[in-house]
Design a protein around this ligand. Structure first.
Ligand SMILES: NC(=O)C1=CN([C@@H]2O[C@H](COP(=O)(O)OP(=O)(O)OC[C@H]3O[C@@H](n4cnc5c(N)ncnc54)[C@H](OP(=O)(O)O)[C@@H]3O)[C@@H](O)[C@H]2O)C=CC1
Ligand SMILES: N[C@@H](CC=O)C(=O)O
Ligand code: NA
Length: 428
């Protein structure tokens, strides 16, 4: 049987896992696809670097073009990262009729439509399961499993690094900086972890999921984003006392034919299944009109879980080649995009205010909520342990995002409010 030759771009955390699985599971894999799978050439930044896997040094190159232009390579597996230059490699590989497997959400969120269009033109496959929620087969699930339904909500913990950080801060009271360092050492964080902690990585993943779930072209700029860098141990402790867990949630919702997509630290009711997703684990909750509630859980990052998805994509690509159906699976978004305005988006909110401890303050606060038509579910005032202010903890009923922004601005201009300490979305 003629082997299928694969070119690998990158031999870092994920690339190493890919080599381990392709070599370690070769017998099973070749039985499933009907040919041996050979990793023919591997591009790395530095061929001299010490690696924790043995690869034939002849296979390594510092020139990705050598892999892309290699005449015998049928499939390119891109686990190198990067956006603009990487896009050039991918487009050229497609131009040459090579199929693509990538774990690169940055690339797919920014240039997915261009890459998929090129793939369709060239009758090539582009698979990108590992780009969202590492080891969870959520992209397949949205494309195939939900093709018959109309999805109303996709809610995800889709960044392992931040979930790891929030879990450790919550369960062990460890500081933010300490846990971030640990997540980097474990290979979960991006090369620049700012994109993890500021929510950009999750936003890119949510743009990919929402595009697939709502059949419309969701771009990164459509996702409203805030990260976890300002979440304190104090916020987490308040959340827990009130029966919530703090999670960085990506939420894509559809109301009739309008959608909204956001990523933000969110207080999730402890009884919601997504509240108990801890550590580097990810979960994606999907609600469909017909199916109701579903949830998919697993490791969202790390060498072997991510490589599992990459190699499963490789198997799909090779099967398609054998069946002669390459390039036929991509379904271009077919719905017009209509985003819900901030006036129409309604959530529950948690607010923590530090205020002067004197008569009439609470009355002023509730008056402002009333002015902007925000109804309150609970208000608790308590002395502040550390200074003479009082703390007021408020949970609202559903309130429009635009009105809550006006409330926050008004509070910030009020003398009796020393500080608007925190404002979080509440889910469940
Ligand atoms: N880590 C994870 O858990 C997950 C990662 N991903 C995505 O997978 C991709 C890879 O991530 P990860 O494995 O963590 O990244 P790493 O930084 O661990 O590895 C990157 C690899 O690419 C090589 N490389 C980087 N730039 C170049 C270049 N210009 N030319 C040639 N080789 C280059 C590096 O070479 P060298 O070894 O010589 O430095 C390294 O082998 C990224 O897109 C990431 O977002 C997706 C899901 C999970
Ligand atoms: N940095 C990412 C890696 C997977 O996409 C994460 O932490 O989830
Ligand atoms: Na996945």
């Amino acid at each position: 049987m003629k082997p299928i030759k694969v070119g690998l771009l990158g031999l870092g955390t994920v690339g190493t896992g890919v080599v381990r699985i392709v070599e370690g599971n070769q017998e099973d894999l070749s039985s499933q696809v009907g040919s041996p799978i050979v990793i023919e050439k591997i591009a790395v930044k530095n061929t001299e670097k010490a690696r924790n896997i043995n690869v034939d040094s002849d296979k390594l190159t510092e020139d990705p073009w050598e892999v892309i232009r290699h005449p015998d390579i049928d499939v390119i597996v891109e686990v190198m990262g990067g956006v603009d230059q990487t896009k050039e490699y991918i487009l050229e590989a497609l131009e040459r009729g090579k199929h693509i497997v990538t774990a690169n959400k940055d690339l797919m969120a920014l240039y997915g439509s261009e890459i998929l269009a090129k793939a369709a033109e060239k009758r090539c496959d582009v698979y990108y399961e590992a780009s969202v929620a590492g080891g969870i087969p959520i992209i397949r699930t949205l494309i195939e499993g939900f093709s018959s339904d109309r999805i109303t909500k996709i809610m995800g913990i889709v960044n392992g690094t931040t979930n790891y950080i929030l879990t450790k801060m919550s369960q062990e009271g460890v500081s933010y900086e300490e846990v971030l360092k640990e997540a980097q050492e474990l290979g979960y964080a991006e090369a620049d972890p700012t994109s993890d902690v500021e929510g950009l990585d999750a936003a890119r993943k949510m743009a990919i999921l929402a595009t697939l779930g709502f059949h419309t072209n969701v771009e990164l700029r459509d996702v409203s984003v805030s990260g976890i860098s300002s979440v304190t141990k104090e916020d987490i402790s308040y959340a827990r006392r009130l029966g919530y867990e703090m999670k960085l949630l990506g939420i894509a919702e559809r109301q009739d034919d309008q959608i909204t997509i956001s990523v933000q630290p969110t207080m999730v009711k402890k009884k919601h299944p997504i509240a108990s997703v801890n550590g580097v684990f990810n979960a994606v909750y999907v609600h469909g009109e017909a199916v109701g509630e579903t949830m998919f859980y697993g490791a969202g990052a790390g060498e072997m879980p991510t490589a599992t998805s990459v190699v499963a994509d490789l198997v799909s690509v090779i099967r398609n080649v054998k069946l002669g159906v390459s390039g036929l699976k991509a379904i271009a978004p077919y719905k017009e995009k209509r985003l819900i305005s901030d006036e129409e988006i309604k959530y529950k909110y948690f607010l923590l205010l530090h205020v002067d401890d004197k008569a009439g303050v609470l009355a002023q606060i509730t008056q402002i909520f009333a002015e902007y038509n925000v109804s309150l579910a609970s208000v608790v005032q308590q002395p502040n342990e550390f200074n003479p202010d009082a703390e007021i903890i408020i949970v609202t009923h559903d309130a429009s995002k635009a009105n809550m922004e006006k409330v926050r601005k008004h509070f910030e201009s009020l003398d009796v409010i020393r500080k608007v300490k925190s404002v979080y979305r509440v889910e469940g």
